[in-house]
Design a protein. Structure first.
Lengths: 188, 112
């Protein structure tokens, strides 16, 4: 909008200058006849420059809008995953192992999906964390599946719980990173 | 059968583990440790598949694809994977640091 106003004001300015040059000259028709080509070139140059500037600004604004939408979607996906991992951790804590196995199965593909879908936006350290989260979930799922309807020993429960907390930490840290990057975008 | 790539991988993993450049993590499965690197690879060390097999298997994965599986037979030193597993186990569970703290506590007790 700001760029549009600049274009309008600049165009009006160019037109005014041209009109004044033409109409304030005593022998205006002679001047116009001699220089109309030069004046038209100057006016064209100014307008081309303004159009380029306007296009660049519009492109930048579109890029910012796109990044904002993408980061919001990434954050939403991570937030949903974090909620599910928290529920999984609770199910382990209250020893609802069959429900936990189902929840874990639903979550298994989330880290890979996030890592592959947002590959361009993620740092190597974040990708490493998603790979580790995927493997942790796989190990949790293996233990829960083996347990079936039976009970897990105290050490096994502790190992599974620790792995769940590690996965939850990955989701929480990655969520914080996306938010921080978004905050920097807004403040910078 | 000894394999050059396996030897190179094991040596590099051992060296980087000693230098604490790999972020090893314990998993929910006993004795299984993992470390991701380069944003696409994962190294996993786990106990052998057979009940009476006491050696370990080092696996290099890209996503779910297993790129390389190293066993004691495919390395030049049959005990290298045991050493690597012990090293990782001690690092992840901070065994050395805990032992140091225990020694300090014992010396405090002695001086009471």
């Amino acid at each position: 909008m700001k760029a549009f106003k600049i274009v309008l004001v600049a165009t009006a300015g160019v037109v005014l200058v041209l009109l004044s040059v033409v109409f304030l000259q005593p022998d205006r028709l002679g001047f116009w006849n001699k220089n109309w080509g030069n004046l038209a070139s100057v006016a064209g140059l100014v307008l081309s420059f303004l159009a380029t500037m306007f296009a660049a600004n519009a492109s930048k604004a579109a890029g910012e809008a796109r990044d904002s939408v993408l980061s919001r979607t990434l954050e939403e996906e991570i937030t949903a995953g974090h909620k599910s991992v928290s529920e999984l951790t609770t199910l382990i804590e209250i020893k609802q192992l069959q429900l936990a196995a189902i929840k874990c199965s639903d979550l298994l593909d989330v880290p890979n999906r996030l890592r592959i879908r947002w590959e361009h936006a993620l740092e190597t350290s974040s990708k490493n964390k998603w790979i580790e989260a995927r493997e942790q979930l796989d190990s949790i799922h293996t233990v829960l599946r083996k347990a079936g309807t039976g009970e897990l020993g105290a050490e096994e429960v502790e190992n599974v719980h620790r792995a769940c907390v590690q996965v939850r930490t990955v989701f929480a840290e990655e969520q914080a990173l996306v938010r921080r990057s978004k905050d920097r975008g807004h403040n910078g | 059968m000894v394999d050059e790539r396996t030897i190179a991988l094991v040596e590099e993993v051992l060296e980087k583990t000693k230098a604490r450049k790999l972020n090893w993590q314990a998993t929910a499965r006993p004795g299984v440790f993992i470390a991701a690197m380069g944003g696409k690879y994962m190294i996993k060390i786990s106990p052998g598949s057979y009940p009476y097999d006491e050696t370990y298997v080092l696996t290099l994965q890209e996503g779910d694809d297993v790129l390389l599986k190293c066993t004691a037979e495919s390395t030049s030193d049959p005990l290298v994977l045991d050493k690597l597993h012990d090293l990782i186990h001690n690092q992840v569970l901070r065994v050395d640091e805990k032992n140091k703290s225990i020694d300090q506590a014992i010396s405090v007790l002695k001086n009471l």
